[in-house]
Design a protein around this ligand. Sequence first.
Ligand SMILES: [Zn+2]
Length: 255
Amino acid sequence: MALTDLIPIPPNINPNLNAARQLTMKSLLGLPRGTFARDCRPVTHPVLRSLLRTADIGPLRVTGLAPAIESLREVVADIQQAQPEVFAIMGTAGMLCARLVRGSASSISNHSWGTAIDLTLNGILDERGDDARTTQRGLALIAPIFNQHGWYWGAGFPVEDSMHFELSDQKIRELHEAGAFGGGGGTLPEPSLSIGDRGQQVRRLQEALNARGENLTPDGIFGPATHAAVVSFQARNGLTPDGVVGPRTRAALGL
Ligand SMILES: [Zn+2]
């Protein structure tokens, strides 16, 4: 069986790790630039710009945020040790790219901060969002190594993206506390959800709103429809109608 053969995405991936949330990224790192489009645009935030590095890491030549590059160096060294056959055929389809998430008009890709990387095996890019939820076998072999270093595997996204790895929400917070972002960021955010967030927490929020009369597609993507539903729920329940699901809104929804 070749390392590029497709297998089902394994269960129990990303133990104790969440994708880096939009609010965490914005609050702790700042916005890479003012506006975003579908294609890659330059980073204009001065502190973030000063933290960008280009490096050769094993077979990968990447440009990304310095703390992510340093961590990736450790990940790739472990892959070389534990999975030398995958190491030998690894390539990259890019790291830094300030743009929107594919298919979204509101979510900013974590590639925008240079903390995510897309991998190829033998030059082949794993198909994103394939109906069967499959992944290249080689990616499944190295995903636990990324996880050990605090990287979240994109196979866990609502629309699976198994070529994609990014610094997890937990790792971003840890790096922030260690001062790795050069004082460019702000304070730790409240554990709240808002437009642009994605994942299981958003899916649970959508299901809770549906149980209270909304008709959202529980796709785990906090887009404009979810935002409108949150605002409406808040207005009906005497909460500040700001579309941000903080502790009070969460409690009112029984989450
Ligand atoms: Zn990606």
